[in-house]
Design a protein around this ligand. Sequence first.
Ligand code: CP3
Length: 344
Amino acid sequence: MHDRFLRACRREPVDTTPVWFMRQAGRYMAEYRKLREGRTLLELCKTPELAVEVTLQPLRLGMDAAILFADILLPLEPMGAPFEFAKGEGPVVHEPVRDRQGIDKLRVCDPEDGLGYVLQAIRLLRKELDGKTPLIGFAGAPFTIASYLIEGGKSSSYARTKALMWSDPESWHLLMGKIAEVVRRYLRAQIEAGAQAVQLFDSWIGSLSPHDYRTYVMPHVRHVLSDIGTMGVPVIHFGTGTATLLDLQKEAGGTVIGLDWRMPIGPTWDRLGSGVAIQGNLDPLLLCAPREVMLARVRAVLDEVGNRPGHIFNVGHGIVPETPVDNVKAAIDCVHEHAARSRE
Ligand code: CP3
């Protein structure tokens, strides 16, 4: 078993630093674009055989983990808030939820009804991958999912989300509680179906102050992670723009904390303490930079980490579609070689 990813999550000794990349399957790869042609993203996600194929595509580049091909917004549909990925716009929720009436109507669904295709993809993937590469499952965290549900799509200010949070805290907590319970059941079901680690994506949490995170978000993340944390698989807790939130994020749960590139990995790890593993944190746009510039920065991340146990190399946020595939391969090889050499 190729298990250096799982070993690093548990802060056990490894032969070299494991690496995988958020959005490692996607538009930067020709194979993905070909399979996507004439199909929507949702069709790919909802057809287990296709989701399996896409999940496996990037592994030829040498990643140490596979991440299930799906999307954090999939639970919205069975909750009663259908959406689509509109060309060039990203996700569009047809009827955004902005008041108590809308929140009351949302269903706290079980993953078996409405998300069974994800669980089926996991079962198929475990058969394909067994003995080779570990499989990561994932879900969106309550705040990040709520932001799409309330805004109706991507937002830069989260104005409506914050308006609801501050003007009607009771409804806000009802909404967050419903999403958190769906996410808890969904992650549980993914692990039961065979996911060997899970990542909770709280991508947009960096828009909040520590006070608001603690008051309006943290109890709901804790609801998810205190339960999932008992299942014996590594839990990666990821956010971006989290420099002021990391201590609270760590308190909320997770055995691995995911960092973006805005924070220096060494001092940030010192601040969080040795009791946690760290994933990160190359700026994903460096994968589009001149090769030597990129490689120097890959080595700089590894050198900053030094011999601390529990590092999983990753980008600080998803790979962008413009990324040259060769650079991804070169980055992976560089991580493996440089980190192995530093261990000699
Ligand atoms: O990492 C992986 O390889 C697994 C697959 C994965 C996708 N989405 C597929 C996808 C994962 C882990 C996600 C998570 C996700 N989805 C997040 C959290 C991570 C992050 O990026 O912050 C968020 C916020 C979403 C919501 C989402 N999905 C947006 C905003 C968009 C449109 C933006 C864009 O890049 O076009 C998507 C679409 C999406 N999800 C794509 C992929 C590969 C784009 C590809 C396509 O349209 O074919």
